[in-house]
Write a protein that binds this ligand. Sequence first.
Ligand code: FA5
Length: 345
Amino acid sequence: MSELPDWQIEIDQAAIRWQAEIDDAAALEALRSLEVRALGKAGEIPGLMKRIPQIPPQDRKAFGQAVNALQAHVAATIEARRQVLVEALIAAELQDATFDPAAVALPLKLGHPHPLSTVQADIEAIFTSMGFHVLDYPEIESEFDNFEALNIPGWHPAREMQDTFWLESGHLLRTHTSAGQVRAMHQFPAPFRAIFPGKVYRYEATDASHEHTFHQVEGLMIDRKVSVGHLLDSMRTLLSAILQREVEIRLRPGYFPFVEPGFELDIRCQVCAGDGCSACKRRGWLELLPCGLVHPNVLRAGGLDPEEWQGWAFGLGLSRLVMMRYGVPDVRLLMGGDLRFLSQF
Ligand code: FA5
């Protein structure tokens, strides 16, 4: 019987030693560190290959094959051991009295759209079906877009109608969505029609119908021939579609430097049915939807010739429309973040 070479004995012994260590590994972490010691880049078994120069030339091939076989055997044994340990772990967890795999999950509390978002989405659907773009303009605006382009120069008393949050940069937080009107005229070739919903800001005291941060939806239609009749008809269609009932409205002349003629459209208070409450300041009516025909100076600022183009515009008080749709008595509830209020929708 020919004697085994020393290197073969050494490899056989290494196989026995690793097998014993693997069998003894009682936890996954211990197995992992063993794996690194045996098979890692700087591990013992790959390190055996460095000994090839000391092996007699005629044995080198057999030595290489033996090391590879050892490596594959140890890797397979580790994997089998890992499987056993994982199964034991799962079995132990299932034994744990606090773990009940048949327990019924508690119902998840899902969020839902904010009422402002719901009504805004309804308005967008109505207007897109009539060929309007839905645009989004910045809340930080220039004095030009918010005031001057709208025929409200610095000296104009109408500036005081909308107390303004000024930024140190000289920009401002837009006081109304009308700030997008001239932007839109530059963005789209006439004729076009668009609405632009968004948040607006006013530096003013709050009460049941006034917030410092509230939502409006601007509407703008530019065409060769537009009429007050078409404007008012569109406003009526909008309100009955959103409120899903016939509502009493009234029209008054209204002054805004960027429209001529201008109108105030009021709605019969839906919180008190017109009897008078804090939402309508006991008047029974609420200012909701001012509108009018676009002033020639505004068309000019938008690069349009007023001899050729006309337009109508409206500035819907979205926050107040939400109040009217759901009978919310105080506008401050909308942005107050109180879940007791919001979860009712
Ligand atoms: C404007 O903001 C004009 N830009 C509207 C306009 C657009 C007129 C286009 C003509 C043509 P006014 O300041 O009235 O107008 O505000 C419009 C609507 O926003 C009001 O009718 C009201 O419904 C709502 N609103 C005004 N101030 C507040 C406030 N502090 N809190 C909540 N809603 C408000």
